[in-house]
Design a protein. Structure first.
Length: 141
């Protein structure tokens, strides 16, 4: 569907006593990467909230392949895999500077009303932005 690369450096507070990135930080990395993918097609999280929607994570799955340390330059390849009804799925591949795969993940989120938290269909402006992006890149939505 849609792919986006996001790069960043590991910050010192993200590491643990063993000198490696603590596993809890991967959720933060992938959330940032997910919203950078949306930003790349013209959607900010602020615009989603202002339109009356939220996107809570309802499922996460991680596969840790290698460790990484402070100041490493990492790249996340994020893929918007599917949208169906109230749900949206993303996959992530995290690479180090040597282009070695160090982590893989999947998340499932649900569109909900900002004020009532009731599940709802993906808003038209998000579906339209995805369709427009896919048309411009000649990929399947």
């Amino acid at each position: 569907m849609i792919e986006h690369d996001y790069s960043f450096r590991v910050m010192y507070p993200d590491t643990d006593q063993m000198g490696t990135v603590h596993h809890s930080n991967y959720a933060k990395y992938y959330e940032t990467a997910r919203w950078e993918l949306f930003r790349s097609i013209g959607i900010s999280y602020q615009s989603v909230e202002e339109a009356g929607y939220m996107l809570p994570v309802i499922s996460m799955k991680f596969k840790f392949r290698k460790t990484t340390k402070y100041d490493a330059l990492l790249r996340v390849k994020t893929t918007l895999k599917a949208i169906k009804g109230v749900r949206i799925w993303f996959t992530y591949k995290l690479y180090n500077e040597q282009n070695e795969l160090i982590n893989e993940a999947e998340t499932e989120l649900a569109f909900v009303g900002r004020h009532n938290w009731k599940p709802c269909a993906a808003p038209a402006f998000i579906l339209n932005a995805i369709d427009e992006h896919c048309k411009s890149k000649h990929v399947e939505a």
